[in-house]
Design a protein around this ligand. Structure first.
Ligand code: ATP
Length: 359
């Protein structure tokens, strides 16, 4: 069953929380809703859950129009940030609870709950109370409880945000494993780009309630459709330099300097020569080149910082600072001139007014 959002909007008084969103979530896939705080991720999830009815547009599960279908009739499982486990019940009772509500016979409910507990690897904790579990274990109970009725859709609202960094990493791999084992269509809300890039089949990036891009991790990272997408994904973020496109569309002239940079990609969009543009280059796509090679970016090294295996350079170019990640073998001296080349094919170019990619 695919899930289709067709021109969905959600209006709260003057606030348009979701603004004409259209996407299809394919059956069996894990889709992340990603974007800055307040961009409409939770509102979108609540519309999928049936907790909010869209102000306009249509929501379909398969062929069925769902706008007015109540949450209980949607066959969904949900996990929230705070897990919301029942503190007085054991793990087993917590997992069995949705089946009890659905009046499933006790023996069958128990067997289903135990099978689900095994799947999420808490089979040995069934008699404990939530207070006797670690954060990661509580999270597993919440997932088992959400899945025990065999829903068609799993909705996860920032499920990892209460966990420490190491556990987050472990649990996101677990969520992916469980999701793939049972092949359940899953929508995962997060504001953490790294989390979204690591576990999703597709990422829907939203800003101010509006669609920005809907692609797999590689495509959204390597081919951002606009300047916001380029900036939002990646850490440290993409360098963005205002420039003017030269008539031949192969070079740009950086603002505030007389430097010309080679665009190592074809400009495919209609654009006037001498148009104001923004050049985008990710720190890891820069390398130190010899000064007399043309088309590089020249600046002064301000700072060198070791980050794990590599070095992070801070370079002053005219009035702007740019960041480059280079191998620690690269020779650079603070206060000295350095010229950076761009990995062929890894330069981005955005229209200065619309922010749209020109490549
Ligand atoms: P966060 O990452 O901070 O949880 P979000 O992307 O999930 O944010 P939403 O919670 O969906 O964002 O909110 C989107 C916008 O709608 C925000 O401007 C928010 O203030 C507003 N909003 C959300 N729920 C309501 C509500 N019930 N009444 C009024 N405004 C709301």
């Amino acid at each position: 069953m695919n899930i289709t959002l067709n021109n969905i909007s959600m209006q709260f008084a003057e606030v348009t929380a979701v603004d004409r969103l259209s996407v299809t979530i394919e059956e069996g896939s894990l889709v992340s809703l990603l974007g800055p705080s307040g961009c409409g991720k939770s509102t979108t999830l609540f519309m999928l859950a049936g907790l909010y009815q869209p102000t306009s547009g249509e929501l379909y599960f398969g062929e069925q129009l769902m706008n007015k279908v109540s949450p209980e009739k949607r066959q969904i499982g949900m996990v929230f940030q705070n897990y919301a486990l029942y503190p007085h019940m054991t793990v087993l009772k917590n997992i069995m609870f949705p089946l009890k509500m659905a009046k499933v016979a006790k023996k069958e409910a128990r067997e289903s709950a135990i099978a689900m507990a095994e799947l999420v690897q808490i089979g040995h904790l069934l008699e404990r109370k939530p207070s006797q579990l670690s954060g990661g274990q509580q999270q597993r109970v919440a997932i088992a409880r959400a899945l025990v009725k065999k829903p068609k859709l799993l909705l996860l609202d920032e499920p990892l945000s209460n966990l420490d960094a190491r556990l987050r990493l472990e649990m996101r791999e677990e969520i992916r494993r469980i999701q793939q084992t049972i092949g359940i269509t899953t929508v995962f809300v997060t504001h953490d780009q790294e989390e979204a890039l690591s576990i999703s089949d597709k990422i829907l990036l939203i800003k101010d309630g509006k669609y920005q891009q809907y692609s797999d991790a590689r495509e959204i990272y390597e081919y951002p459709q606009n300047e916001f997408v380029g900036r939002f994904l990646g850490n440290p973020p993409m360098n963005q330099l205002p420039a003017v496109l030269e008539t031949n569309k192969q070079f740009v002239r950086l603002e505030d300097t007389d430097q010309r940079i080679a665009i190592t990609k074809q400009v495919t969009h209609e654009v006037e020569p001498q148009e104001q543009v923004i050049v985008g280059v990710r720190p890891e796509d820069l390398f130190v080149q010899s000064e007399n090679e043309q088309g590089g970016i020249t600046g002064e090294t301000m700072m060198v910082e070791r980050i794990g295996r590599d070095n992070l350079l801070n370079i002053q170019v005219g009035k702007r600072k740019i960041r480059a990640i280079v191998s620690p073998d690269t020779e650079v001296t603070i206060g000295k001139k350095v010229t950076l080349g761009i990995r062929p094919g890894y330069c981005h170019l955005f229209h200065a007014d619309t922010g749209e990619s020109l490549l």
